[in-house]
Design a protein around this ligand. Structure first.
Ligand code: PGA
Length: 250
């Protein structure tokens, strides 16, 4: 059985007091989380230690939104994978389209980040997805395959088993436009087939999340699809009620 996962990517939102309130809101309703769903929150770096303390004893895991592509040293402004582990993170989001687009992250950078995350025991949530013009040109399968091949095909099976994949069509992120469940399922199945071509039966064990304007009103239809194992949630993860509403949409 693949793990069902709902992860909240807070992006660059909330001050520390606002973040505390949001965590308290989620914790106050944690008994609503189905026992087979792993809930994850990914607050900003500044909130991680505090979030870890608050989440102690809960079933909610902590993720960072990014990590450095170097282990340690003179890299001003960066945060390493080992620092994230020491702050209590179990997961790290890698390759989000906003990182690729605004901060020039390439597959080469992501290969290094992936290796460091795994070496340090973090489970990467690796994001892939095409831009609008790529979908309109019918290139979405090719774009996603390249993102998978370039960053994941160098891993061994033991490493891949710790990776979660998030398919996030860039045109659906923060736009209110969700991929239809058919469009999402089609790419999720394609990702699983691509993984199976390299890793065989292990592909069946990898959780593949959908991201892009996922909300309580559309999560159920998406999560009902055979190859969609959960969601990576941006905007709707900033309200405890919506986030929990999505987590209970299986
Ligand atoms: P969104 O963001 O839910 O606000 O569309 C998803 C994401 O970027 O992870």
């Amino acid at each position: 059985m693949r793990k069902k996962i709902v992860a909240g990517n807070w992006k660059m939102n909330t001050t520390i007091p606002e973040g505390k309130e949001l965590i308290d809101g989620i914790l106050s309703r944690q008994n609503e989380i189905p026992s087979d769903v792993q809930l994850i929150i990914a607050p900003p770096f500044t909130h991680l230690s505090l979030a870890y303390e608050k989440l102690a004893g809960s079933r909610i895991a902590l993720s960072a939104q990014n990590c450095a592509d170097q282990a340690k040293g003179a890299y001003t402004g960066e945060v390493s994978a080992s620092m994230l582990v020491s702050a209590g993170c179990a997961y790290v989001i890698l390759g989000h389209s906003e990182r690729r687009e605004y901060y020039g992250e390439t597959s080469a950078t992501l290969v290094r980040k992936m290796a460091l995350a795994l070496e340090n025991g973090l489970k990467p949530i690796y994001c892939v997805g095409e831009k609008l013009e790529e979908r309109e040109a019918g290139r979405h399968f090719e774009v996603v395959r390249t993102q998978i091949e370039e960053v994941l095909f160098g891993l061994n099976e033991e490493q891949l088993a710790n990776v979660v994949i998030a398919y996030e069509p860039v045109w659906a992120i923060g736009t209110g436009k969700t991929a239809t469940s058919e469009q999402a399922q089609e790419i999720h199945a394609f990702i699983r087939k691509t993984l199976a071509g390299k890793f065989g039966a292990l592909a069946e064990e990898i959780s593949i999340l959908y991201g892009g304007s996922c909300k309580p009103s559309n999560a159920r239809e998406l999560f009902a699809c055979k190859d969609i194992d959960g969601g990576l949630i941006g905007g709707a993860s900033l309200k405890a009620e919506d986030f929990l509403g999505i987590a209970t949409s299986y």
